[in-house]
Design a protein around this ligand. Structure first.
Ligand code: ATP
Ligand code: MG
Length: 263
């Protein structure tokens, strides 16, 4: 049986158009997947770039703070210790001078005693600033207690501290970071917030051990770029990263400042 040629041509053209349609559809789909995948990869790269930038900024903050700290220690050593020891040394040499009267000897030894006592006191202060001995010997609770009483004794602020946790001696190094974070938060509350009340509490929550911190100061706008130029908060962030902890901070102008550290 022979097919009608018109009918045959129609079938061929239908097959042809359908094939062309499917080929075009396939090309469009392939292109769509290709470009959306490219976009996803591009977005991932951008995210990674941002993360690297953030880490670089944190590292920079750590290095700058470290250098500033070194500069401060060098200055303290130079001004408070070396200068005093220099005079002690001069006075000790003076003692060798022949035919000194009793009065002169007494005066020189008096100078030596006074200056060595001052140098000793300054050494203790510098060492204390570097690593509070109470924190080192008796742990985080005692360290924070001492920090609070130091702030309380300034009369500028009233610090309320409560602790419901027992700190394990094994985590001493981690506790030093928590201590430094609190130290920075308290300094900020006093310096920028002009707070008259600070409250700190260690407690257990669903995520584990946490520290709640609040001040009743002037507060600030967290999203404002001008509040992101300091090193203190960046340092806190890198300590939080190091601890594998999380920190949530909240503040707005006139509403004080709060922070929750899960560590
Ligand atoms: N408790 C607070 N109350 C009010 N403002 C605050 C408080 N904490 C931080 N800020 C604001 O956030 C900014 C950033 O704080 P951050 O500690 O990073 O830097 P800094 O204290 O200015 O300088 P640094 O800590 O490097 O000496 C501060 O300059 C201040 O404006
Ligand atoms: Mg600060």
């Amino acid at each position: 049986m022979k097919m009608n040629p018109v009918y045959e041509r129609e079938i061929v053209s239908i097959i042809l158009y359908t094939s062309i349609f499917f080929i075009i559809l396939a090309v469009v789909l392939i292109m769509f997947f290709y470009y959306s995948r490219k976009k996803i990869i591009q977005k991932e790269f951008e995210k990674k770039d941002l993360e690297i930038l953030h880490q670089k900024e944190q590292l920079r903050a750590v290095i700058i703070t470290q250098e500033e700290e070194r500069k401060r220690i060098a200055q303290d050593l130079h001004d408070d210790i070396s200068s005093k020891l220099n005079i002690v040394s001069l006075n000790s040499h003076l003692l060798k001078t022949p035919n000194l009267t009793d009065k002169e000897t007494l005066e020189i030894t008096g100078n030596i005693i006074e200056l060595t006592a001052k140098a000793l006191e300054n050494t203790r202060r510098i060492a204390h600033d570097l690593l509070p001995p109470v924190l080192d010997k008796f742990g985080l609770h005692a360290g924070v207690e001492e920090l609070c009483s130091e702030f309380n004794s300034s009369q500028a602020v009233e610090v309320n501290y409560q602790n419901n946790l027992v700190f394990d001696e094994v985590d001493k190094e981690r506790h030093l970071h928590v201590f430094r974070i609190l130290q920075e938060l308290m300094n900020n509350s006093l310096r920028h917030g002009k707070a008259s009340k600070i409250s700190i509490s260690f407690e257990e929550n669903e995520k584990g051990q946490c520290c709640r911190y609040t001040d009743n100061g002037v507060g600030f706008d967290l999203s404002d770029k001008k509040n992101q130029n300091g090193l203190g908060m960046k340092n806190i962030e890198s300590r939080v990263d190091f601890l594998n902890a999380t920190l949530m901070v909240d503040s707005s102008i006139g509403k004080g400042f709060t922070a929750l550290l899960n560590f």
